[in-house]
Design a protein around this ligand. Sequence first.
Ligand code: ADP
Ligand code: MG
Length: 884
Amino acid sequence: MTAPVATPLMQQYREIKARHQSAILFFRMGDFYEMFYEDAETAARVLGLTLTARNNGGAAEVPLAGIPVKAGPEYLRRLVQQGYRVAICEQVEDPRVAKGIVRREVVETVSPGVAFADDLLDGARNNFVVAVATPARSGGAGIGVAAADVSTGELRLCTTSPAELDAVLARLAPRELLVARGSATSPRGSELDGALVTEREAWEFDEAMARDELARQFAVRGLDGLGIEQDDGAAVGAAGALLRYLKEMQPAGVPHLARPVVERTGDVMPLDEMTRRNLELVDSLRGADAEGTLLAVLDRTTTPMGARLLRQWLLAPLVNRAAIEARLDAVAALLADASARGALRDALDGVRDVERLGGKAAAGRATPRELAALGASLARLPEVKRATDRLNGAGSLGRLMQQWDDCAELAMAVTRTLVERPPLQLGDEATIAAGVDAELDELRALRDGSKDAIAAIQAEERTRTGIPSLKVGFNKVFGYFIEVTNANRDLVPADYQRRQTLTGAERFVTPALKAYEEKVLTAAERIEGCERRLFEALRAQVGGAIARLQCVARIVAELDALAALADVAAREGYARPTLTDGFDLDITGGRHPVVERMMPRDKFIPNDVRLTDDARVVILTGPNMAGKSTILRQVGLIVLMAQAGSFVPASAATIGVCDRVFTRVGASDNLVRGQSTFMVEMAETSAILHTATRRSLVLLDEIGRGTSTYDGVSIAWAVSEHLHERIGCKTIFATHYHELVQLADELVAVRNYNVGVREVGDQILFLHRLQPGGADRSYGIEVGRLAGLPAPVIERARQVLALLEGEGATLVPALASALAGRADQNGQKGGGVRARKPADADQFALFAAPPHAVVEALRAVDINTLTPLAALQLVAELAERARA
Ligand code: ADP
Ligand code: MG
């Protein structure tokens, strides 16, 4: 028995597939894309196709699934949306002239992160593929990150630290991530919701090779000209790997990739994923829908570029006061001049996605209609400029408009070359306008004007022959002919060739008529060729100006985002924040920008919040539903909005610029994760204690709730104390553990506030008003009653509460004394510890019994030498012992 011999076709398939193993291969065979083996099985499963088999010239049957070429884009979209990569292999020679097997090549690979098609993209957000390079063993500086959006041509580089990597990735929200095989630092899964992670060979991240690659791509001799510095090695390595990948995906290259923008840490505020989520900046906690987010409130942009930029601004607030003021000045000018703002927004309204359309033009993908849309958008730019000029370059507008470029000749070229409404594709309908090209005009005249031409030939022949009844006609069999009645037969010239004899007439052709016929019949074909040539030349002209298009698109995006911020500020009555380099945060009449929109105007109760050096930690107590979380978040949102350059929902706000804002929400408010929620909560809290600085704003909402009350209070206590003593940052801690109000007795800069409720009869009324002092009780039972717990249960709960309140009072003093003991020791070392009030001697009197073993253990702890991991283990151990 001989081994089965693979057919040449399957050999070709295998060779190509071997080079595209990580993709599903769409293998073009005539009018179908065929998939084989596992690809066929995957496609059958994901797309619901029927799996068939193909005989491979031997014993083995090959699983096969096929889709019609016409339906290709739709199936491709579905696969890519499910996270697959698809390689499109086309026949690259005409099967009619091919000798043997038709040559085939992969012309493009599409993946979630490398896509051009509109149905794979969201206009309002970037589609990034991100490469992450971990430092070389030889003590490299940091982690290198390179991000590209092939649809817009953006390329960004930054160097970050392991601790900040998650924040950087959270901001980029990559659809696809490239990491070196076996690399040590792989980003946390949670930051990568749904991103496709691809391992690449480690050598691809090599810096030296990447330098050459980048220099070649951007045609520069050295990388200094690109703003890349010596320390950016890892980022350069990442960019090299990224470029290599993109070229693999796009064999025709990525000529539209703009020069890299190097982001420097310290330019923007890193926002970790939990903060971004908890504050619902761009995604709501309920799901991915944009409703109920800060972005949804602020996004009054009119162009997709503006929408993408505003989103980026919210995810990367500034930390440089001058840069923030420049944006605020521009917003203020736009706010003050409503008519200029209106004119600008009107002008922007017709501007389409210049950035992506330009990218498509440069990549040779723009359709006639897309190129026309680009041209029409460019044609509106002078009006955008006129409106902007009315604002006299206020704030960032001045710098922006210096680089302004109408791209007038491009707009002109497009509008002159294309018909007013070109078709979706080159083809039946005209794409190129009349008067652009003489040959095309002639061909069209030939096709359309055949009647006139025939009339002309007919007239000419009548005069030449002197036969007034001579006719030129057409039929399918003979084509064009000259018909002469029998009566005039004698007058027929010698060059007429007889073709057909009828009863009363004869039909002839002449070489001139045949030549004309040839012209007409091939005209359609030649028109198409001509249109294609002209269209492609136009597209190349426009695409060649991609750098200018990207530049003006960026300016338009900024104008749009600034005008949108001014527009919301006007509508919602926002105030300009005053930014300082100082410490204090002082908000008067602050509102939550999202919550206030969910209720009738003026129903939202504004609140004042002040955090100063000597009152920097606020313990916020109050019953459930009082409005603690709302106040906490509104403070975070107001600071982030201000630093993003927006006006804020408050009557006045003075904001000492923060280097970071952290928000954590206790476990039971945040059940999205599969992991032990308490563990996650503690890990997140530990990350804050490690990274927060004095200039940070830390917002903790019910931290410690995910465990037993004693554990919870202990942890909350220790965390607050650490923030107060060691870090000294502005902190708001919302809690329903009213035991924590005692912290204010212990620590000088802690203040108690509560969100008031009023008891009216046995009803409680939520006032949503912040007031000094701790909540005296938690009103949990009243809330339970409001929620409909049966009367006997409520009654019993009151009895139990009374009992507990009589007995449980030892908890806090125990803690207080234990912790005071430790802190006193530390206090002798000086450092960041501030003077504390003497512990109330009476509290110790409550210790009749010897202290619990857990308290003893706590006493022995030196928090300064404790790693977060050890702290976690310790907490777990203590909890265990407490339960024993
Ligand atoms: P808590 O965290 O104290 O349980 P929340 O902050 O979640 O309370 O607020 C509960 C609800 O109360 C909110 O959903 C909102 O409808 C309402 N609320 C909160 N703050 C205000 C306010 N300042 N003005 C009006 N309604 C508010
Ligand atoms: Mg709450």
